[in-house]
Design a protein around this ligand. Structure first.
Ligand SMILES: CC(C)(COP(=O)(O)OP(=O)(O)OC[C@H]1O[C@@H](n2cnc3c(N)ncnc32)[C@H](O)[C@@H]1OP(=O)(O)O)[C@@H](O)C(=O)NCCC(=O)NCCS
Length: 181
């Protein structure tokens, strides 16, 4: 049986997504990678120049062909040149773990919830995948709400689990959410 992977292009009701490419570096840098408000609860510090973004994209672009993770960029269907953010699906055995980030001007329109609903349904319809999961800092309620909107349930708190270096170098408590079948 083929392992789980995302299609290189797909659409939800309002958004279109495609595999990230290294040529997206400037658009990602301009949209969110240097924005401290966006990266506050992420595992990386804001990029200082577009070359930081290029190096990051080269690393994650290779992940796709190795089956390690499936990073996709998202656009509104009505503005398919205007990059809004990125989602990443990271499969391991029977589980897919997610990460997501949108530029600040795109927040609050339902994008992350709509795309995550699609991605979780897609993963759980694969015969080998039984669990879709994501984590967020306990101080990041917008992200927690996205997971709930995607049909995930809060399982608990992973104590001292993730380092979010824009807040502290010490590992922080995180919520873990999942949807299973
Ligand atoms: C988290 C993030 C992806 C959400 O994207 P989004 O497209 O704005 O999310 P949606 O509009 O689909 O849904 C956000 C939900 O959070 C709620 N919300 C937003 N801010 C909130 C807050 N401060 N407290 C409580 N709920 C909040 C919204 O009301 C909405 O819930 P609702 O549908 O029940 O009304 C976006 O804020 C982001 O990119 N943040 C920075 C990166 C990040 O933190 N990523 C997640 C790492 S785990």
């Amino acid at each position: 049986m083929n392992k789980y992977c995302l299609p290189e292009e797909f659409e939800t009701e309002n958004y279109c997504l495609r595999r990230v490419q290294t040529k997206d570096a400037a658009a990602i840098f301009d949209a969110y990678a240097a924005d401290a408000a966006v990266t506050k609860y992420l595992a990386w510090k804001p990029h200082e120049s577009v070359s930081d973004t290029s190096a990051f994209l080269e690393a994650i672009y290779a992940n796709w062909d190795q089956g390690k993770s499936y990073p996709v960029v998202v656009f509104h269907r009505k503005e398919p040149e205007d990059l809004l953010g990125m989602f990443d699906a990271r499969p391991s055995e029977s589980c897919v773990n997610y990460g997501y980030v949108l530029r600040a001007s795109a927040w609050g329109n339902g994008c992350a919830s709509e795309v995550m609903r699609w991605m979780v349904e897609h993963a759980l319809s694969h015969p080998m995948i039984f669990r879709a999961e994501a984590y967020c800092d306990i101080a990041n309620p917008a992200s927690a709400r996205v997971m709930e909107n995607a049909g995930m349930t809060r399982e608990g708190i992973l104590r001292r689990y993730l380092v979010h270096p824009n807040i502290s170098d010490d590992p922080r408590d995180c919520f873990v959410y999942s949807r299973v079948r």
